[in-house]
Design a protein around this ligand. Structure first.
Ligand SMILES: [Fe+2]
Ligand SMILES: [Fe+2]
Length: 142
């Protein structure tokens, strides 16, 4: 996972966000298609792939930020220190949603409407988060 310089630049950081989010978005579409065709085993396989992206790319990315970039931003100004608290809370919301999805899949043994709704919610929360994070990164460079 990229750390350091790539996270400090708006361009490369945005590319990291967009690549992972587009991948998740495409898989959410595939998931809805599989469910519409009543391919429930296929839907479980796709869900596992979606979870893998969230855990191993997007949450890993968030962990890297909290360990490096966010510390530097917090030290930069009071305004950014406040934003880092908000951004970290948004990471936590992603972590909570992901845990809820895994729990419902495990409990029900199939992809439920609730899981589908939360896969979509992850995308929306992350889009809002990424915009706010890039605004913060621009303040960091001012
Ligand atoms: Fe983030
Ligand atoms: Fe980020």
């Amino acid at each position: 996972m990229s750390t350091g310089p790539a996270l400090r630049k708006v361009g490369s950081h945005t590319s990291i966000h967009d690549a992972a989010l587009n991948h998740a978005l495409n898989l959410n579409d595939d998931l809805q298609d599989a469910i519409a065709e009543n391919q429930m085993d296929e839907a479980m396989d796709i869900s596992a792939q979606i979870i893998d992206i969230w855990e191993n790319r997007i949450i890993e990315h968030a962990n890297s930020e909290e360990e490096s970039l966010y510390k530097e931003m917090s030290a930069h100004s009071e305004e950014l220190a406040k934003r880092v608290i908000e951004l970290t809370r948004e990471h936590d919301i992603l972590r909570v949603l992901l845990a809820q999805i895994k729990e419902v899949l495990q409990k029900e043994g199939k992809v439920t409407d609730e899981a589908v709704r939360k896969f979509d919610t992850l995308i929306i929360v992350d889009e809002v988060h990424n915009d706010y994070e890039m605004e913060a990164l621009e303040l960091f460079h001012k």
